[in-house]
Design a protein around this ligand. Structure first.
Ligand code: HEC
Length: 402
């Protein structure tokens, strides 16, 4: 797999994880916000209604006698109905000791009211309940009796006639004490509509984020390719070309000063150095060849196995062969007795020195026609890349010279 693909995949995975985490947290955040807002609205609504009722309870006296619509409960109910019309908020005023059967609490409310009655100072209470997958916010705000309420909810005897007439003696809606909880304001809000809003918002946000994510992915991929992978692959290609062609003159263009730029720079330096060394070697080879070419003695350079690699003009003349013919042959073929030479070379490799090297010895050599000559031979050794190289300088013994 190419690095671009690998990197793109890693980045993609990281971005997707980031994307999902962000989406998930923002979704939950929105959800909490919506719930919080619903609770806040329910609280304000119930406070408004409770205050309305309180106001009416303190200011309306005999009027309720002739106009039932001015009974605090009745008026507050009508007002709350008008306020909440067209909104998902549904408001009721409930009591366990109700006068009006419409104000009878439902199962959830009964359970919660009972709990609240037990508390010395009941406070608001809310919860999101799920019924057949439908989530509803249930909010309850307690209604506490004050002295004004007791006119109609206190002693039966002191209650206004219209109340007495409707709710006979012994009705549970009498005999409240100041500070006692008479009932509660109950608000319920179906959450589905509110949630639907965030669902569509979230989908839109996710869509936008996905587009941004893709663009980001393409952009980072392109950037990494351009700034890192392309230059690295240029260097790799450069090295490959050099390995294939052996051409050290090549240089790679340096486009930046970062680590990649340094790599390119080092590579170019390496190439210059190699070029310089190759040139130097070629020059010294050339010098050596020129030097032995003009030497007055036959000179032969051969490898460990005796194979001739360099021979000069005088050597050609001595053995009666051209340079081309000499190269590749072994020196032993031209020796009358090759054994001492072979032994000397072997000694050199085994013991590190040999009596043959550096000293002049008398040897008998043979030319291409089989004629024998006596020569004085000096062998020197030099270390090269191909291993040890031996150079034999021959000098024909005077009286035999041809
Ligand atoms: C003028 C008389 C009067 C006063 C004052 C009064 N109420 Fe009532 N209240 C009634 C009547 C009558 C009903 C029944 C209304 C109906 O038929 O819906 C009622 C109903 C209620 C209910 C609904 C439960 C039920 O019994 O059906 C609650 C709760 C309530 N009153 C609380 C209060 C509180 C709290 C106060 C004081 C802030 C108060 N009332 C002051 C006469 C009064």
């Amino acid at each position: 797999m190419r690095i671009t693909t690998k990197l793109t995949m890693i980045i993609a995975v990281l971005l997707v994880i980031l994307f999902c985490t962000l989406g998930w947290t923002s979704y939950h955040h929105e959800l909490l916000m919506i719930q919080q807002q619903a609770v806040d609205k329910a609280r304000i609504l119930s406070r408004q209604i409770i205050e309305t009722r309180d106001y009416l309870s303190r200011s309306v006296m005999e009027e309720a006698e002739t106009n039932y619509a001015l009974v605090p409960q009745v008026a507050a109910s009508l007002i709350s109905k008008r306020i909440t019309e067209g909104s998902p908020y549904y408001v009721r005023q409930i009591s366990l000791r109700n006068r009006n059967p419409d104000n009878r609490p439902d199962g959830y409310e009964i359970a919660e009211l009972k709990k609240m009655y037990k508390e010395s100072k009941p406070i608001e209470n809310f919860q999101i309940v799920s019924d057949h997958g439908k989530e509803t916010l249930r909010y309850l705000q307690p209604m506490i009796a004050n002295s004004s309420c007791l006119i109609c909810h206190g002693n039966y005897e002191t209650a206004p006639d219209f109340v007495k007439k409707r709710f006979p003696k012994g009705h549970p809606s009498y005999n409240y004490q100041i500070g006692e909880m008479i009932g509660a304001l109950s608000v319920s809000v179906p959450m589905r509509d509110l949630y639907e809003n965030i669902h569509s918002q979230l989908l839109r946000a996710l869509g936008i984020e996905a587009v941004v994510l893709l663009l980001l992915l393409f952009f980072t991929g392109w950037l990494i390719h351009r700034t890192i992978l392309k230059p690295v692959s240029n260097v790799a290609q450069g090295i490959e070309t050099i390995v294939n062609t052996g051409n050290y003159t090549q240089q790679i263009a340096q486009t930046s000063n970062d680590e990649i730029g340094q790599l390119v720079c080092s590579f170019n330096e390496l190439m210059s150095e190699l070029k310089r060394r190759t040139q130097q070697r070629a020059e010294s080879d050339e010098r050596y060849r020129n030097f032995i070419e003009i030497a007055q003695s036959p000179i032969i350079t051969f490898l460990q196995d005796g194979k001739i690699v360099i021979a000069n003009q005088k050597a050609e003349k001595l053995f009666g062969l051209t340079k081309k013919e000499l190269l590749g042959q072994t020196i032993c073929e031209f020796m009358a007795e090759p054994e001492p030479l072979v032994k000397g070379i072997n000694d050199y490799f085994q013991a590190g020195s040999s009596s043959l090297i550096g000293t002049t010895s008398r040897q008998t050599v043979r030319d291409v026609c089989g004629r024998l000559f006596e020569v004085d031979m000096v062998i020197s050794v030099s270390q090269t890349e191909q291993g040890a190289m031996f150079t034999a300088i021959l000098r024909a013994v005077k009286d035999q010279e041809t």
